[in-house]
Design a protein around this ligand. Structure first.
Ligand SMILES: NC(=O)c1ccc[n+]([C@@H]2O[C@H](COP(=O)([O-])OP(=O)(O)OC[C@H]3O[C@@H](n4cnc5c(N)ncnc54)[C@H](OP(=O)(O)O)[C@@H]3O)[C@@H](O)[C@H]2O)c1
Length: 291
């Protein structure tokens, strides 16, 4: 089986390539290889004739999305449309990576796959448009993740929430983190393994939530990072409104999968995934207290 991965050097893309390449023929496309907003650029996919096209490319700087709605829609919605059209033509499966931000956060308990989306930001609206375009190819998977962290870091440049927290702590900066916004977290290595299982088991086409189990506030996440690493910065919980962010964010956007456990697929708890990440990244050692 041949699998094309768009955004192959991104945070999730890197782990998808690593996880899938041992058993499948993987063709990675970087941003230099493909511009998803440009249909003609996407035609290169046809030349390779893959069985599955996984599209991880996104413009996901949530606040910047409010200022650049055209760019946001070009990448997240039109990009998904281009992939859907081309994959349908070559009878390939289209897989789109989506987000918890397609929900409004008013449910106050974890969202399952069948809950009704109601995005409250430009980013969220563009991603639901991307989901809908993807569904134009009947052979589709929409995989929703939340709070991604992976070894490669965002855009493959090493950065993510964990690294930001550790860097600030090492510089002895006082840290303020929101404690009124609940999210699920997703280790990209675990999301990639789940995606591999979905492909291997040929699960029915449709939408799946693929996050680590459990949820927390960003403040609680920061606390756990510092507990495990033994760092001890001044960490203060704050309210979201104090940050005066451009984009509205759901207050409670934890995800749960009502579907994957039926196929024996269960992702580990976010605390265990974080622990594994910190070891792999060299922030802690297995014999360290707290580890
Ligand atoms: N990060 C999160 O916390 C989070 C949460 C929920 C859902 N998601 C979703 O998860 C997916 C993967 O996120 P990620 O953190 O792995 O993202 P990432 O690290 O930013 O990777 C995205 C990749 O796509 C490439 N790309 C961006 N724009 C492109 C375009 N117009 N055409 C072709 N390639 C393009 C990027 O290349 P360049 O960097 O060179 O532009 C990068 O390699 C995204 O769909 C995102 O919406 C992310």
């Amino acid at each position: 089986m041949k699998i094309a991965i768009i955004g192959s050097t991104g945070q999730l893309g890197t782990d998808l390539v690593k996880t899938l390449q041992n058993e499948y023929q993987v063709i990675g496309f970087t941003h230099q290889d493909i511009e998803v907003t440009d249909y003609n650029s996407c035609l290169i996919l046809k030349e390779h004739n893959p069985d599955i096209i996984i599209n991880t490319a996104a413009f996901h700087k949530t606040d910047q999305c409010e200022e650049e709605p055209m760019k946001t829609f070009s990448v997240n919605a039109i990009g998904a449309r281009n992939v859907a059209v081309i994959s349908k033509e070559i009878e390939a499966i289209a897989m789109f990576i989506s987000t918890d931000y397609i929900f409004d956060g008013s449910k106050n308990e974890p969202y399952a796959e069948d809950d009704v989306p109601n995005p409250i930001s430009t980013y969220g609206i563009s991603k639901i448009a991307g989901e809908l375009y993807t569904k134009q190819n009947p052979k589709h998977y929409v995989i929703r993740v939340a709070g991604l962290f992976g070894i490669a870091g965002a855009s493959g440049k090493g950065g993510n929430f964990i690294e930001t927290m550790i860097t600030k702590a090492e510089k002895n900066e006082a840290i303020r983190v929101v404690n009124d916004m609940w999210t699920s977290l997703t280790y990209t290595k675990d999301a990639a393994s789940t995606i591999k299982k979905i492909i291997e088991l040929k699960l029915p086409f449709g939408t799946y939530h693929a996050t680590n189990q459990g949820y927390c506030t960003w403040f609680q996440f920061a606390n756990e990072i510092f507990r495990l690493t033994g760092l001890n910065p001044t960490l203060t919980p704050i309210k979201t409104h104090q940050l005066q962010l451009k984009a509205k964010r759901p207050k409670f956007s934890a995800l749960v999968s009502a579907k994957l456990p039926k196929y024996g697929i269960q992702m580990r708890k976010w605390e265990e995934a974080l622990h594994d990440y910190l070891i792999k990244k060299g922030h802690i050692h297995t014999n360290q207290p707290g580890a």
